[in-house]
Design a protein around this ligand. Structure first.
Ligand SMILES: Cc1cc2nc3c(=O)[nH]c(=O)nc-3n(C[C@H](O)[C@H](O)[C@H](O)COP(=O)(O)OP(=O)(O)OC[C@H]3O[C@@H](n4cnc5c(N)ncnc54)[C@H](O)[C@@H]3O)c2cc1C
Length: 493
């Protein structure tokens, strides 16, 4: 018997296996060599893996058959969507023994049902295409991320993606009515009935949401739609400190009758980085200020007076000294420029140099104190780093990132990553927060999950993994450590 899987020793491609895969999927669906290369590196270029082959199934039944085959032959399988994930979850390991399953060709929108306010999309549909399909039916699909032009619904479901509308509509988990999932044993679980109520036992579909491909491969989903957005008001407001942002959020929720859908915190340094590196981004205000919020009210009623509502609320906040200055978007173009500034912060960070990233959440009300304490630690301990803390304040979610300071050496800055991560994540624990608010665990945070999750919860996760994937073929080494779920040896012939 020959061990396979997360062992780092490369094994040569077994021609029988490749022939079996080719037979299963038909001609032209197996990529290897240079054609497979783009599938082997994650978006942040943290990992560069190898694989036996990249396969491109076109139908849910094919994915199920493929898993049955891989289970029989004990082949590790790595599902890949748009490959925009931040934690290396869609990248195979370095062994060269795993199969990357690209879902890109499962990209049909099977049904749009405006009266049921639901849409059934295959896993490989690009998020922006799903938003467009909803819009064409006079409906709204609210998930919205900076990567929406390339990330896929299957990836969004598997990472339980967040984005800029969580405050009003919830994360991806809350936007799902039903799922179709290929299981490790080759069966297809079909639960696409678009029901609002269904209390028949355990909510099995929820297991696959946020599971990052470790429990099954999602092939399609029924998603919730909402009334189309017909009016919006967007403002970019300067504040002295994050405490003012928390107060302003509460004020806006009250004053707008909870029509607020986005509330993003932006530090001054993000304006400096985006205006320097991203063409078309400009500072919306005349003078610099330490912090800003980008907030948006939306409504499905065309005549909702959102602009006056926002102007009045911000005017009052200006008088009270809570807001220092504010610009209201007067056109769709101006609104897009405000959002471009916010959405391109990660890209500007990348163009500016190395960065250390922490996707954390704490209770909304604790954000100011968290920024104060973690910021003080960074100032005292990371002289070659600059804090770039921004994000979805309305959800208590911060991207607490550090960028290499000008003139600092990249290697020595990056060498601090473990120390910085430990300090930030320990502080998150002190605040009863989460070390992964919306990006997941992938390969990057396996150790962090073990460190910060209570033993009973970890035991349950491992038990679920063993039940749904007894041979450990599904995305080995992601979310849970490989030795807890490593691929079992091939059966004796
Ligand atoms: C510019 C930018 C902005 C971003 N902004 C946000 C943001 O605001 N909020 C946020 O949450 N994320 C954000 N992200 C991260 C990323 O876009 C999301 O995590 C997204 O949901 C990943 O989708 P994907 O299709 O690219 O998945 P991939 O990266 O391909 O995969 C992610 C994980 O899901 C698994 N997977 C993929 N498809 C399937 C499937 N069909 N079945 C089972 N498992 C599967 C993979 O194995 C992997 O573990 C951003 C990324 C970028 C580059």
């Amino acid at each position: 018997m020959r061990p396979t899987g997360s062992d780092s020793t490369p094994v040569s491609a077994d021609p029988g296996i490749l022939a079996g895969l080719a037979e299963l999927l038909g001609p032209g669906r197996l990529l290897s060599g240079s054609a497979a290369e783009p599938f082997l590196v994650d978006h942040r270029q943290l990992y560069h893996g190898r694989c036996l082959a990249v396969v491109q199934p076109r139908a849910a039944e094919e994915v199920a058959r493929l898993l049955g085959f891989c289970n029989e032959h004990r082949l590790g399988v790595v599902p890949q969507g748009g490959n925009t994930g931040y934690c290396g979850g869609a990248t195979p390991d370095e062994s060269g023994t795993q199969i990357v399953v690209s879902l890109a060709r499962l990209n049909r929108i099977r049904q749009v049902d405006p009266l049921n306010y639901s849409l059934i999309a295959e896993a490989g549909c690009i998020l922006a295409d799903v938003q467009r399909a909803a819009d064409q039916a006079e409906r709204f699909f609210p998930l919205s991320l900076g990567s929406e032009g390339s990330c896929q619904i299957g990836g969004n479901l598997s990472t339980n993606a967040g984005g800029v509308n969580v405050l009003r509509y919830g994360m991806m988990r809350e936007l799902v009515l039903g799922l179709e999932v290929a299981l490790a044993d080759g069966r297809l679980l079909t639960s696409l009935a678009s029901l609002r109520k269904d209390n028949t036992g355990y909510d099995v579909k929820s297991l696959f949401l946020g599971a990052e491909g470790t429990l099954g491969i999602i092939t399609a989903a029924s998603l919730k739609l909402f009334p189309r957005i017909r009016s919006s008001a967007t403002a970019f407001a300067a504040i002295a400190e994050p405490r003012a942002a928390v107060q302003l959020l509460a004020l806006l929720r009250e004053a707008s009758g909870d029509r607020i859908s986005s509330f993003e915190l932006v530090p001054r340094i993000a304006i400096e980085l985006t205006t320097r590196h991203i063409p078309g981004v400009r500072d919306p205000l005349d003078a610099p200020h330490p912090w800003y919020v980008l907030c948006e009210l939306t409504s499905s009623r065309a005549a909702d007076p959102l602009d006056p509502m926002l102007t009045e609320c911000l005017g009052g906040a200006l008088q009270d000294g809570l807001v220092l200055d504010a610009a209201l978007a007067r056109s769709e173009r101006e609104r897009a420029t405000f959002w471009k500034l916010r959405e391109t912060i990660p890209e500007a960070q990348r163009l500016d140099g190395a960065s250390l990233k922490h996707d954390i959440s704490v209770p909304i009300v604790a954000i100011p104190e968290f920024i104060e304490r973690a910021g003080a630690w960074v100032r005292d301990n990371v002289p070659d780093g600059r804090l770039v803390a921004y994000g979805h304040l309305g959800d208590g979610n911060l991207h607490f990132n550090l960028n290499q300071a000008p003139g600092a050496a990249r290697a020595s800055f990056l060498a601090r990553s473990e120390t910085v991560k430990r300090a930030i994540h320990d502080l998150v624990r002190d605040f009863a927060g989460s070390i992964s608010a919306e990006h997941g665990i992938g390969r990057l945070k396996v150790g962090e999950l073990e460190r910060y999750t209570q033993p009973a919860e970890l035991d349950l996760m491992r038990a679920l993994k063993r039940t749904l994937d007894p041979n450990g073929i599904l995305n080995p080494g992601k979310v849970l450590r490989p030795d807890a779920d490593s691929i079992r040896e091939r059966p004796t012939e």
